[in-house]
Ligand binder design. Sequence first.
Ligand code: RB5
Length: 156
Amino acid sequence: MTIHLGSDHAGFALRRILANYLIDQGHAVAESGPTDESAFDYPLAAAEVAKRVVKGEADMGVLICGTGIGMAIAANRFAGVRAANCWNEESAKLAREHNHANVLCLGARMIAPDQALSILKVFLAEAPSQEARHLRRVQKLDEIGECAGAPPAYCK
Ligand code: RB5
């Protein structure tokens, strides 16, 4: 799997830990963001990762900042991105199954590195549910993402 990780300064150390884990597991890994803990604006890393996921150049994205919140806000501005800020294994499982999340957001100042790794493992292992209700709802997410063009009635 090709996985693109991005972080700001707050997420730098955790990004490197997770990148090394993924490389050890045989994944193709790309990284965006700072090369040390110097200040780095999170929207820049989020945009790089989001664009690669939307283009199909990465199978999944992982975005890490202090809280995971800024990364999720930024990445979800890109139509086709479903970025989920996950805080435990259950939220990661449901983000994949129910929301078909394709970008995992993590808060490096909110959770310990071993918890983040455990969340990542679940996120990678779970598949999107093909139950009709979930497919229908994810389809609506895509429609909302296109509201700027020809919005469906429920967007107005
Ligand atoms: C950086 O100090 C912090 O604001 C950032 O990492 C993130 O938490 C934003 O959402």
